[in-house]
Design a protein around this ligand. Structure first.
Ligand code: F6P
Length: 547
């Protein structure tokens, strides 16, 4: 049955007619127990949906929609390794990557858990070798700098987690500097190479496919730099001591020159943006040590178990997803701001941009028809307290409806003994609570708002979710990321789309290849559109050597 004709969808459409006219501040006035009814906890995370423009009835209609869309069966298919990524005929088994070593999961008749565990052990051996100073560069000095070269899923997850959990770095890892390089234009790498000591630098080439031109271009630049700056002409030795490869394509790593013992593998059934739990997480393991990395995995696994077993009405990923469906498809809100009130989560919005928009930025359903409803909204974000001084003006007084996720840790600096920092944490919490309060309730939070001139008024009614972590730890970050991963999956099930492919990124790669050759040819002779030809002509005139 087409989604929009399903009984639950119809009931929600009717319900939305009435709810669209309601103001969140009125919902609070008419029900003093809203927080108790619309907030949900699991392990280290509290999910507060009470500042959403919804009621318990809304949630109950939404959970019926989830049942109608067979969410339970889809969830089982996801966890059990069914080929849920149909366009690539693959399972999506990121949940297996964080399953305990004692569990088992048969894929094509073979238990994949022992292989996952032995990969982790290989990774652990390399991490420990680097931490203990036994990994040595071409001069015999130990490695003290690691540069992860990757992009998209081979960059954003490790980068985000390394920043988020830097305070959890154990002593044995403290002497290792970790850098991330992703940009195709070489600007990050060029800046770094000016500062690094080649003898003590190890590059990690992270690429699921090992064909991504951005990554290979950076990797080649790094290799050439190493050759030149070391003045060693034994390329095999240099590559062996200064490069590790992380990929699902072992033969391509070998072709590039990385020997089998310096390769960390993973599997085609790990989607790029779901891969930080695999050996792509190597920089995280290096930063936190293997025990810390395993805590991250355990946190994600705890959320997996909750998602797989909890009833929809108590299930955090399901509720977060359904709340999004309500806002997008029934209240017609297509902008979503991610607002962590925590500088450590500064890369979390970028991580979610890929996770959500590359997964659900689709308009063709699993059965090949065009959707006649909206799917993934436009998502962006920033550390909340900084965004207050940048784009909050639009959230408060602009013309667009925006749903907002506030993410904050209740406890921080409690063991530091530093009163100034403790005060800063209180300040931060106060701002987080104040902003979601005004965005949702508007200036009804003031006594005399109505007497203010119209340009000083705040209309509110922007739906806000708060995710309150007890504190930010490897385990709670694991829970938080898995929560969003499953939210994305639930929404894909409702919309009937495949969240695990990304065909929309392919054409750009092909067209760029043809443009690369055009850059060194005569632009006038090309059959590109006039804009592209004109730009090529201008570029070519700029690159002519000066007389
Ligand atoms: O082009 C998009 C994409 O394929 C992402 O899905 C992926 O995370 C990224 O490129 C990097 O891919 P790879 O890990 O294969 O280099």
């Amino acid at each position: 049955m087409p989604l929009q004709q399903s009984p639950a969808w119809q009931a929600l459409t009717k319900h939305a007619e009435q709810m669209s006219a309601r103001h969140i501040s009125d919902l609070f006035k008419s029900d003093t127990q809203r927080f108790t009814q619309l907030s949900f906890s699991q392990d280290d995370i509290l999910l507060d949906l009470s500042k959403q423009r919804m009621t318990e009835e809304t949630l109950s209609l939404l959970t019926s929609l989830a049942s109608e869309r067979n969410l339970q069966q889809w969830t089982e298919d996801l966890f059990s390794g069914a080929p849920v990524n149909a366009s690539e005929n693959r399972p999506a088994l990121h949940t297996a990557l964080r399953a305990p070593g004692s569990s088992s999961l048969l894929l094509n008749g073979q238990d994949i858990i022992p292989e996952i565990q032995s990969n982790l052990e290989r990774m652990q051996a390399i991490v420990e070798r680097i931490h203990s100073g036994q990994w040595r560069g071409f001069t015999g000095h130990s490695i003290n700098t690691v540069v992860n070269i990757g992009v998209g899923g081979s960059d954003l997850g490790p980068l985000m987690a390394c920043k988020a959990l830097a305070e959890n770095q154990p002593e044995e890892a403290a002497h290792i500097q970790i850098h991330f390089v992703s940009s195709m234009d070489g600007s990050q790498l060029a800046e770094l190479l000016n500062k690094l000591n080649p003898a003590r630098t190890l590059f990690v080439i992270s690429s699921k496919s090992f064909t991504t031109v951005d990554t290979l271009a950076n990797a080649n630049t790094a290799k050439e730099w190493l050759k030149k700056s070391s003045m060693a002409d034994n390329e095999t030795m240099l590559t062996a001591r200064h490069f590790i490869g992380v990929s699902a394509a072992s033969e391509k790593m070998t072709e590039w020159g990385i020997s089998a013992s310096h390769q960390l593998g993973f599997w085609e059934w790990t989607g790029g943006r779901y891969s930080m739990w695999s050996t792509i997480g190597f920089p995280i393991a290096l930063k936190l040590g293997m025990p810390g990395f395993r805590q991250l995995l355990a946190g994600a696994h705890a959320m997996d178990q909750h998602f797989r077993t909890a009833p929809f009405g108590e299930n955090l990923p399901v509720l977060l997803a359904l709340c999004g469906i309500w806002n997008i498809n029934f209240l017609k809100i297509n902008a979503h701001a991610i607002l962590p009130y925590d500088g450590r989560l500064s890369h979390f919005p970028a991580y979610l941009e890929q996770l959500e928009m590359e997964s659900n930025g689709k308009s063709v359903t699993r059965d090949g028809t065009l959707t006649d409803y909206s799917t993934c909204p436009i998502l962006w974000g920033e550390v909340g307290s900084n965004a207050q001084h940048a784009f909050y003006q639009l959230l408060h007084q602009g013309t667009e409806s925006v749903m907002c996720d506030f993410i904050v840790a209740a406890r921080r600096y409690h063991q530091s003994g530093n009163n100034e920092l403790l005060h800063q944490h209180q300040l931060n919490l106060a701002n987080c609570l104040a902003q979601s309060r005004i965005l949702a309730l508007g200036d009804s939070v003031l006594k005399d708002a109505e007497s203010a001139p119209v340009y000083k008024r705040y209309r509110g009614n922007q739906p806000c979710t708060t995710l309150l972590l007890d504190e930010l730890t490897p385990a709670s970050l694991g829970q938080l990321i898995a929560l969003y991963e499953h939210k994305v999956f639930v929404q894909s099930v409702i919309w009937g789309i495949n969240p695990f492919d990304q065909w929309g990124v392919e054409l750009g790669k092909k067209v760029a290849t043809s443009l690369l050759s055009a850059l060194s040819a005569d632009p006038a002779a090309s059959d590109f559109d006039s804009s592209t030809r004109g730009l090529l002509e201008k570029i070519s005139s700029q690159s002519e050597p000066e007389a």
